[in-house]
Write a protein that binds this ligand. Structure first.
Ligand code: MN
Length: 203
């Protein structure tokens, strides 16, 4: 067994004009493709090639750094593609919205907090919305390809929304303007996918 690059459920141009087709093509085929290839290389001959990528993340401290970087990259991007869809202004489902109101001070405050988590992440990393062990919503960020499933992560929980703030996610269209990319990101959140992950995380 080995890990495989999942196909996108949509075309490279499906998120235009918010995220451009060339960025999607290089991001999926080249960047995510390289994480998968390097993860398989790093785990060559290891039993963990038969594990779920979630379980690899949960035990990542037991593996060499290449597994943390590339296993995180594989998990994060596999989730990210599913979370993207032009939403035409739609917002969170009633359940997710109620939890945001309860735990994060309302949707506008959440947008600000989540956006700032991405803007203030120095260098490369991810902003996250997670369900914590206490079944509350929390916002934070991780460096590089770390994620909140990892035993090495300060931010812990079940990710239900993740935003890639590596330059490779936006540089062709937005260059150095990470805040502009983050502003556009709200147009391409697949809130149905967030709702499904929220329901699973609350179980
Ligand atoms: Mn990326």
């Amino acid at each position: 067994m080995s890990f495989e690059l999942p196909n996108l459920d949509y075309g490279f141009d499906a998120l235009e004009p918010h995220i451009d087709a060339l960025t999607m093509q290089i991001h999926h085929d080249k960047h995510h493709g390289a994480y998968v290839a390097n993860l398989n290389k790093a785990l060559d001959g290891n039993d963990a090639l038969n594990w779920s990528i979630e379980d690899v993340c949960r035990s990542v401290s037991k593996f060499p750094p290449a597994v943390r970087n590339n296993g995180g990259g594989h998990y994060n991007h596999s989730m990210f593609w599913k979370l993207l869809k032009v939403n035409n202004g739609a917002g969170p489902s009633a359940d997710v919205k109620a939890a945001i109101d309860r735990d994060l001070g309302g949707f506008d405050k959440f947008k600000e907090t989540f956006g700032n988590a991405g803007i203030t992440r120095f260098g490369s990393g991810w902003a996250w919305l997670v369900v914590t062990a206490e079944k509350k919503l929390a916002v934070g960020s991780t460096p590089n390809q770390d994620n909140p499933l990892m035993d090495v992560s300060d931010l812990k929980g079940t990710p239900i929304l993740g935003m890639d703030v590596w330059e490779h996610a936006y540089y062709l269209k937005y260059q150095n303007r990470r805040p502009d990319y983050i502003a556009a990101f709200w147009n391409v959140i697949n809130w149905d996918e967030v709702a499904a992950r929220f329901a699973a995380g609350m179980k």
